[in-house]
Ligand binder design. Sequence first.
Ligand SMILES: [Zn+2]
Length: 201
Amino acid sequence: MSGRAGAAGPGRAAGAGSSARDWTRTSELWPAPLTVGVVSDTHMYPEPHGRSLPTILLDELAKAGVGLILHGGDIFAPWVLDQLAEIAPVLAVIGNGDSGDMRRVLPRSRVVMVAGHHLGLVHGHEGPGRNTPERARLGFAANPYVRCVVFGHSHQPYSRLKDDVILFNPGSPTDKRRAPYYSFGLLRIAETIEPELVYFV
Ligand SMILES: [Zn+2]
């Protein structure tokens, strides 16, 4: 069940002709307005539940009309990104749990530009800072243009404005740990960035 009202039959609109492994070549420069889907910490092993992300996640991302999907790391299996790339182009970073295939092709952090907005994407497990949001924010301290930092690692959904920087953790859609609900996020970007956390059970 979704945390938001929604119509049935989303359909899987193909995102700009995405196909498997396109996520290694996704552009980091995007025009606004753009709705960005944000997912992190899928922690799905190579052969999990029928090799699929939760249907509700895929349906809600498609229904929201996302034009880009960010994954904050701890992906665990490349097919996770392949599946997201069927909905929209995917940009990802590695987390502390990622190895092999993904370490060869994905960075530890990256900056995504949507029109004039610079978004930092990092898992949030390394560097200085007392907690995950602080480590994520400090990871981009040298870049004054970054006004929104997307991260993961804690599996705790988080959306705060700190010192004019939006700190956004979508939680996890598959491994919620201590959080009461599974979750993912949306960033509606135009003149401003409007973050939304979406919860489901
Ligand atoms: Zn992690």
